[in-house]
Write a protein that binds this ligand. Structure first.
Ligand SMILES: *Cc1c(COP(=O)(O)O)cnc(C)c1O
Length: 232
């Protein structure tokens, strides 16, 4: 099978068809793979255009870039996911403004998010970012630190542990792309087998989402495939 390393922008309908086709090809339950539209560096107008095509979930990496967008799109009632590296002085705003955080990678950040999640809001959905193999960023907990971090998070009442996230270094060959995803899927299954109630495996970007679907992704995070190439 050829690599999926194409970053071409596709109409959302066609992208959805490709996701459904990959579910069939890799024997996944129909509609079991969700789509997070990664809107970092995009304008509120671009987000509005995509949201109008029945896309509800959006991901942001940089708090300062996200704040004006979240504010100007408030009336749309979109679901916002924070997927970037978290500095501890940003947790208060992240806890107040986002519905999900995918990039929790250390106990201190989890504790701060829990303390700062406003009482009138539902618990914050969190995924633990795992550093599976030479990740692009230095973020992510090491696999051996995962069990204690899971224990910490499940005890925090204002957080709801939903699953795991990874952002492996890019690979061009399809079989190479699958390897780190297979490892994190293994960790995900181990947690489930140990009775940790999680339902989200957040893996796969525009260049490797089919490999991620092959390895059990339940939420893929696509930026350039939806919005076109990023200038930044
Ligand atoms: C930018 C980003 C993506 C999306 O990448 P694309 O190649 O534009 O699809 C997904 N996940 C994270 C954590 C990102 O920072």
């Amino acid at each position: 099978m050829s690599a999926t390393g194409n970053r071409e922008q596709l109409p959302l309908d066609l992208l959805r068809q490709r996701i459904r086709a990959a579910e069939v090809r890799f024997s996944r339950v129909p509609n079991s793979v969700g789509l997070l539209a990664v809107s970092k560096t995009r304008t509120a107008t671009e987000v509005r255009h995509v949201a109008a095509q029945d896309q509800r979930r959006f991901g942001e990496n940089y708090l300062q870039d996200a704040l004006p967008k979240l504010d100007s799109l408030k009336e749309l009632g979109l679901e916002w996911h924070f997927i970037g590296r978290i500095q501890s002085n940003k947790t208060r705003q992240i806890a107040a403004l986002f519905d999900w955080v995918h990039s929790v990678d250390r106990p201190r950040i989890a504790e701060r998010l829990a303390q700062q999640r406003p009482k009138e809001l539902a618990p914050l959905n969190v995924c633990i970012q795992v550093n599976i193999s030479a990740e692009i960023t230095k973020s992510g907990c090491n696999p051996e630190d995962l069990p204690p971090l899971v224990d910490t998070i499940v005890r925090l009442p204002r957080l709801r542990l939903r699953g795991l996230m990874a952002l492996p270094a890019p690979a061009t060959e399809f079989e190479q792309q699958r390897l780190p995803f297979r490892r994190i899927h293994g960790l995900y299954q181990e947690l489930n087998a140990a009775g940790v109630d999680i339902d989200t495996l957040s893996i796969g970007t525009s260049s490797d989402y089919e490999a991620a679907i092959a390895e059990g992704a339940t939420l893929i995070r696509l930026g350039s495939a939806i919005f076109g190439p990023r200038s930044a």
